[in-house]
Design a protein around this ligand. Structure first.
Ligand code: NAP
Length: 483
């Protein structure tokens, strides 16, 4: 990696503001998913070493919470300034370990930083309440206080933003945080840690632990000193962590898998819908939890939509994320490629029609070509599973009730999209979609100022906005007799 500031690259865990190896000296290798070159190693910490980090966090909790929101905001803004300053290096680290195009990595660093700046200021507005009393002698007050020591476990698809979405509201509201990043993309997290130290975030307030997921997860979910766990990742692991947290009754936020419907009604602006579908489907090579997973197009406009969509898809350039002209990088690993091929083959075997793509890049096996398939039926696995790859399955529908029924026919409920010019339909559809987020006439909905999160098996809790701050605050009711 050619970094302007090589000190951002750390191969150690960040514990109590020192960079540490595992006492066992055991490590985990990290590879560039595009070319399989080894990037470096991270410590494989033991359960005891993670417990030690929890001790440092516990020690730091009181003094961090005793700072004013303004004092914490000054430190967080300093961190954000440093992230802005090192944006290009952070983007290079991200693309090298994750594979997404550099322009997307730069965008993610900006997006990640937007949470730090937003929450630094939002915590100044963590208002409580004074409740009008029905009794002359009693007064009722509600105080908002930090939850305490928090932990987070994050995925590889957004190696920086999934961290700051949790760390920023936690730190801003007076909680300390231990982060376990994904073992495939740890260096983005560790670089953020380096900048956090430089910004003056005190010892024990932000720690980054690396190692075996089940070992670290076991400690973070069972230790009584941890008061809250925030997890982003698969529904399978989310359910496991929820079970593990039960014994200590931890507060939980779960941002899990999705299966987003993308509905184009007959009165839609088709060009706008095509643009939105490209952005929603192919960003991060289709590896986002809010990616359009099922594209439903009204019967009367399907030919025009498919023709225009396929033309746009053919302009997307696939390859090395570090090249300036790359629009779609590689998938994260071989398992992801195999799953993509299996889903596609199952659909083709059951009668789907391949319009474009359908295979890996001729010289880069992990780069899957953007693919469009039609004639999709409910019997196909692709109609139900989260694809997490650049395949766009296009379904055709006839009426509004039918498409809503299909759209809701999934255990997931994260993001959903629809295109219409009708105001009345917009209300009907927005209310009927069983999703935590609904986007109308746009393919991109994530922002730090709005509540991101799901319903059903996509999880619970919100990230971003004032609702995201609430996840790190407790509500204390204070009743006083003033007679
Ligand atoms: P994953 O397997 O659940 O991994 C996510 C994180 O969980 C990683 O840090 C992983 O660590 C850790 N983990 C795995 N097994 C664990 C265990 N037994 N105990 C504790 N931690 C464990 O998910 P993924 O396949 O990498 O990520 C893709 C999924 O995340 C998709 O379903 C996607 O929709 C979802 N996602 C959701 C959102 C959202 O906001 N709703 C955002 C992004 C992604 P190791 O890497 O070290 O194994």
């Amino acid at each position: 990696m050619k970094l302007s500031n090589p000190t951002l690259f750390h191969e150690h865990a960040l514990i109590n503001n020192t960079w540490q190896s595992a006492k066992s000296a055991n490590t985990i290798d990290v590879f560039n998913p595009f070319n399989d070159e080894k990037i470096g190693t991270i410590p494989d910490l033991s359960a005891d070493e993670v417990a030690e980090a929890i001790g440092f966090a516990d020690d730091a909790q009181k003094s961090w919470a005793s700072l004013t929101a303004n004092e914490r905001a000054v430190i967080l803004h300093r961190w954000a300034d440093l992230i802005d300053e090192h944006r290009e290096d952070l983007a290079i680290i991200m693309t090298t370990e994750q594979g997404k195009p550099l322009k997307e990595s730069r965008g993610e660093i900006g997006y990640a930083n937007s949470f730090i700046r937003f929450f630094a200021d939002e915590a100044k507005r963590a208002y409580g309440d004074v409740i009008p009393s029905p009794n002359a002698n009693l007064r009722y007050v509600v105080l908002k206080q930090p939850v305490g020591v928090c932990a987070s476990i994050t995925p590889w698809n957004f190696p920086s933003a999934m961290i700051t979405r949790k760390v920023a509201p936690a730190l801003a509201s007076g909680c300390v945080m231990i982060v376990k990043p994904d073992s495939q993309t740890p260096f983005s997290a560790l670089a953020l840690g380096e900048l956090a130290i430089q910004a003056g975030i005190p010892k024990g307030v932000l720690q980054i632990v690396t190692g075996q997921a089940d070992v670290i997860g076991g400690v973070l979910t069972s230790d009584e000193r941890i008061k809250k766990l925030s997890f982003t990742g698969s529904t399978r692991v989310g359910k496991l962590l929820m079970e593990q947290c039960a014994s200590t009754v931890k507060k939980l936020s779960l941002e899990l898998g999705g299966n987003a419907p993308f509905i184009v009604f007959d009165d839609a602006d088709i060009d706008k819908a095509v643009k939105g579908a490209i952005a929603s489907k192919y960003r991060n090579a289709g590896q986002t939890c809010v990616c359009a997973n099922r594209i439903y197009v009204h019967q009367t406009i399907k030919d025009e939509f498919i023709a225009k969509f396929t033309k746009e898809v053919s302009n997307l350039h696939v390859g090395d994320g570090l090249s300036d002209d790359t629009d779609i990088g590689c998938l994260i690993n071989d398992t992801a490629v195999q799953k993509t091929q299996k889903l596609l083959q199952d659909a083709l075997d059951k009668g789907a029609t391949l319009i474009t793509g359908g295979k890996s890049h001729p010289t880069h096996a992990r780069c899957f070509l953007p693919t469009v398939i039609t004639d999709i039926t409910d019997e196909m696995d692709i109609a139900h599973e989260e694809i997490f790859a650049p395949i766009a399955p296009i379904f055709v529908f006839d009426d509004e009730q039918e498409v809503i029924r299909h759209a809701n026919n999934t255990p997931y409920g994260l993001a959903s999209y629809f295109y219409t010019r009708s105001h009345a339909r917009a209300w009907r559809v927005s209310e009927a979609l069983e999703y935590g987020m609904v986007a109308q006439n746009t393919g991109l909905l994530s922002t730090e100022v709005a509540p991101f999160g799901g319903v059903k098996q996509s999880g619970f809790g919100r990230e971003g906005s004032k609702y995201g701050l609430d996840e790190y605050l407790t509500t204390k009711y204070w009743c006083m007799d003033v007679s």
